[in-house]
Design a protein around this ligand. Structure first.
Ligand SMILES: Cc1ncc(COP(=O)(O)O)c(C=O)c1O
Length: 422
């Protein structure tokens, strides 16, 4: 018989931390490299640890907490929703889900929506949809999806296989077959792949790509490249699928990042900021891509009333509080502030890349500086930032950050670099 104990044993766990001091062992698998910080409370862009230390959060649950922490409106509406109904099955019609789907459709190029619980699930749904499209609309026996190098699409096996970064795939082979990779923003690379793969007839079902690569290092999609993709897909009836898991829902100053590129995808995926910190993902399709039939795809929790109410509240607040405008103003201040930091450290820092409140401060290739050094220094300055790729410091604060808070963010970040001098 298994003996139950109060304090979990350390055999397979890591050590937990209270503030910055190690305490009792904890029984979590070591899949994350966690910082020595235990957050217990949040309000707006601010977080507090167990000892009462206060941090300005420029990570926002990795571009997720759009309305900041413990938003009053969101808390109130969700508390009410909990008392009303939290979960039922997709066996039944769900009014909150229908309302959210209608809002998404009325405010984007899409015509139908499927709900799931995360970005990686949205990727999975997109991959299944692309394969089915390839089979039934193009008669391809083994459909191929083209994906970009240095992309990130999630951690399930198919999402991992679609991700153009071998470091995430290592150790999990064999990967799911049917993915080929092109260089981001490089039309020749896509054209060469197309010619190679379609030499003897159609094989490509879809091109799956982030309009701005997030995790791979904040690489902006080039308008001409994306227009080339759109034309290629139109010409050969290939589905153009955008991963807007990180860039969608206002993060870039427009509701959807594809608006900056002046083209529309046939399909796009959402998660992260959609629920403002609550687990929800979505696959949005235009009519030509709507190949799913009853039974093709499903999720127990996908589109539950609670998560949908959270997303509906985020949607309403984006409009009511003119959040897109805020993202544009604050994003510009952030960009200018980062450029100023670069001007003080030209030997280490190269450029700023990004849109709205999805910005990356890029470290020079030959600099000894790494995002990790700045992340650790920032923690001591009471600021949370995150890396993106090997040389980019990613800054993705809540979309409601105000002017004073942005100044404070920049001041604290600048201090980190001053500390490097000492
Ligand atoms: C562009 C993109 N797609 C997919 C994912 C996976 O999302 P999740 O972590 O919710 O599974 C992420 C997560 O960082 C992402 O940035």
């Amino acid at each position: 018989m298994v003996e139950l104990v109060d304090a979990p044993h350390s055999k397979c766990g890591t050590f937990g931390f209270v503030g910055s001091s190690p305490t009792a062992p904890i029984s979590l698998m070591e899949t994350y490299q966690r910082l020595p910080l235990r957050i217990v409370r949040g309000k707006g862009v601010w977080l507090w640890d167990e000892k009462g230390n206060k941090y300005l959060d420029a990570v926002a649950g990795i571009a997720t907490c759009s309305l900041g922490h413990s938003d009053r409106k969101l808390s109130k509406i969700l508390a009410k929703q909990l008392k009303k109904i939290q979960h039922i099955s997709n066996l039944y019609q769900i009014p909150e889900q229908e309302e959210l789907a209608n809002w998404l459709v009325n405010n984007s190029c899409a015509e139908q929506v499927f709900f799931c619980n995360s970005g990686t699930e949205a990727t999975e749904a997109a991959i299944k949809l692309a394969r089915k499209y390839g089979h039934i609309k193009k008669g391809i026996e083994r459909p191929i999806i083209l994906s970009a190098k240095s992309s990130f699409h999630g951690r399930t096996l198919a999402a991992l296989s679609a991700t153009g970064q071998p470091k995430y795939q290592k150790g999990f082979e064999p990967l799911v077959e049917g993915f080929e990779f092109f260089s981001f923003n490089n039309s020749n690379s896509v054209e060469n792949l197309y010619k190679k793969l379609e030499k003897n007839g159609p094989r490509i079902a879809s091109i799956f790509v982030e309009p701005i690569q997030g995790e791979g290092g904040i690489h902006l999609g080039d308008k001409k490249f994306f227009q080339f993709l759109r034309e290629l897909c139109n010409k050969h009836k290939i589905l153009l699928i955008f991963d807007e898991v990180q860039s969608g829902m206002g993060r870039t100053g427009k509701l959807w990042a594809y608006e900056h590129l002046e083209i529309e995808p046939d399909v796009f995926t959402l998660a992260k900021g959609l629920g403002g910190g609550h687990a929800i993902g979505a696959l949005l399709v235009k009519e030509n891509a709507n190949v799913f039939k009853p039974g093709d795809h499903a999720s127990t929790f996908g589109g539950n009333p609670f998560a949908c109410k959270a997303a509906l509240t985020v949607a309403t607040e984006i409009k009511n509080r003119r959040i897109l405008e805020n993202v544009r103003f604050r994003g510009e201040e952030l960009k200018q502030g980062l450029l100023k930091i670069i001007s003080h450290y030209p030997d280490d820092l190269k450029e700023v890349r990004g849109l709205g409140l999805m910005q990356g401060l890029v470290i020079k290739e030959d600099s000894k500086l790494s995002p990790k050094i700045i992340v650790d220094l920032a923690l001591k300055e009471g600021l949370l930032v995150i890396g993106a790729g090997p040389k980019v410091i990613r800054i993705v604060p809540p979309l409601i950050i105000n002017k004073n808070e942005m100044n404070e963010l920049l001041k604290r970040l600048h201090s980190c670099f001053n500390k490097l001098d000492n």
